[in-house]
Design a protein around this ligand. Structure first.
Ligand code: CDP
Ligand code: CDP
Length: 232
């Protein structure tokens, strides 16, 4: 499909959903198709969790983690390496693109994402980037809290078993030594905290279109979302 086939293209597209539902894969492909930027907001929360671990901050110390979130320098740049990365992530000026995806970070990222001041700091940054338009923004609360006026909201879902299988295969292809059961357990742990928190929980916005991708390939999801964009 060429860019010309889109007339009233939504300028701001929100994609939310649980871990490993395909948000960043689909969001990147859609944004490439439209010539938009793509912001994966999970990177920001991962960066806070990573930096807390690096600085030896207790992730259960809300005050210390909140202060960290308010001062840490996070830069998300277009990928400039040929190692399959979607973005380059600099934290305090250093490349930590892969370090934010370790089991240690997975284990604590949802805990730090509960803290209201952490969320406010990240949400402020996200809105500044989002207000320029021509963007696909990906996360948990983009359609509900960060960009409630987004022109199109997609809630990308899949069962936890299918998501664990996808993430497991992805991890194996990156040479990570994990078992399917560990991945499943880690996703369940994050799902539970992400959906249960008081501030900005994971849930579809009232006006979101839910896409259940259990039986859909990446290609089929992209085609489906492009059709939704055209219908707008
Ligand atoms: O890539 P994956 O789906 O595994 O996770 P992610 O999108 O990188 O998000 C990592 C974690 O950050 C999530 O499990 C949430 O705890 C948190 N997060 C959030 O609270 N709000 C967002 N908008 C994005 C991520
Ligand atoms: O960003 P999020 O955590 O929601 O998911 P992702 O990292 O984009 O996708 C997790 C893995 O599932 C990737 O390896 C995708 O290629 C794969 N995937 C898939 O096999 N089928 C889909 N319909 C969506 C994603």
């Amino acid at each position: 499909m060429s860019e010309k086939s889109f007339n009233n293209v939504p300028k701001v597209i929100a994609i939310d959903g649980p871990a490993a539902s395909g948000k960043s894969t689909i969001g990147t492909l859609i944004s490439n198709q439209l010539g938009y930027i793509c912001l994966d907001t999970g990177i920001m929360y991962r960066a806070v969790a990573f930096q807390a671990l690096k600085e030896g901050i207790d992730v259960f110390n809300e005050e210390a983690v909140s202060q960290l979130a308010e001062r840490v320098q996070i830069d998300i740049l277009p990928a400039e390496h040929e190692d399959n990365r979607q973005f380059t992530v600099l934290i305090e000026g250093e490349d930590h693109t892969w370090d934010i995806r370790t089991p240690a970070v997975n284990q604590v990222v949802s805990e730090v994402s509960v803290y209201p001041r952490v969320r406010t700091a990240m949400t402020d940054l996200q809105r500044k980037i989002g207000e320029k338009g021509n963007i696909v923004m990906i996360g948990r609360d983009i359609g509900t809290v960060v960009l409630p006026d987004a022109d199109l909201k997609i809630y990308l879902d899949a069962s936890v078993e299918v998501r664990a299988q996808r993430r497991y295969i992805e991890d194996l292809s990156r040479g990570k030594k994990v078992s399917y059961d560990e991945v499943l357990e880690s996703l369940r742990h994050r799902d539970q905290i992400d959906s249960g928190r008081a501030v900005a929980p994971l849930k579809p916005a009232d006006d979101a279109i839910i896409v259940d991708s259990d039986k859909m390939t990446v290609y089929e999801v992209v085609e489906h979302v492009l059709r939704l964009i055209q219908q707008k």
